[in-house]
Design a binder for this molecule. Structure first.
Ligand code: AMP
Length: 199
């Protein structure tokens, strides 16, 4: 079974449209035969993803640090739950045995996780597809930021292809299929050169 890692919001108070899209994307992935790896939480879009996988009788594995278990943040229905000691260990395991990453709308934690995997991919250390579900334009400012990074040479234009941004869950499977592997050789164009400098 191929796994896909999902990063998303823990907040339970976000608008319903984000829950609807999270559930739809999760259902599509389970129906396509993916196992889900996620952060193990019970609330917000994290809880929605887990509940949807369980309702669809799919497979889900949570990876959660001990201090979050102490405050009872883990999803009690997810039986395959790995306990780790640090947030770093959790992030490492979340992308260890995976074939792709999907970021749903989220807050600081989601952005941190997304940007770590984007940075690893840019350096040729994560070869798999990364998809951003831009529900109702939630991530438009991030897309604009990436364009600005490329326009002002904070990264190469090629690096806009590190991820695929989709507007609807129905575009997910195609977006995963479309992305070419990004192998270790990509370190060769990871850096911006002096000669790329603009006026
Ligand atoms: P955020 O996007 O800020 O909601 O963060 C999602 C990520 O933050 C998760 O992967 C966790 O690392 C962490 N997190 C923050 N709050 C919670 C919570 N109540 N339950 C589980 N994980 C949480």
């Amino acid at each position: 079974m191929q796994n896909i890692t999902i990063y998303c919001a823990s907040s339970p108070a976000v608008p319903q449209k984000y829950f609807d899209a999270a559930a739809a994307a999760t259902r599509i992935l389970v129906e396509a035969g993916y196992g889900i790896l996620y952060g193990g939480g019970a609330t917000g879009l994290m809880g929605c993803v887990a509940d949807t996988v369980l309702a669809c009788r799919g497979h889900i594995k949570g990876i959660i640090p001990g201090f979050m278990i102490d405050v009872e943040w883990e999803h009690k229905g997810v039986k395959d739950m790995v306990h780790v000691s640090t947030m770093h260990a959790r992030k490492e395991l979340l992308i260890k045995d995976t074939s792709a990453v999907l970021a749903l709308p989220g807050g600081n934690g989601t952005l941190e996780e997304l940007y770590e995997v984007l940075s690893l991919k840019k350096l040729g250390r994560f070869p798999h597809p990364i998809v951003l579900l831009n529900t109702d334009g939630y991530y438009d400012p991030l897309v604009t930021m990436a364009e600005k990074m490329a326009a002002e040479n904070f990264m190469r234009r090629e690096h806009l292809d590190l991820w695929r941004v989709i507007e609807k869950p129905e575009d997910l499977i195609q977006a995963l299929a479309d992305q070419q592997p990004w192998g270790p050789e990509s370190i060769g164009f990871a850096a911006v050169m002096d000669k790329d400098a603009k006026e």
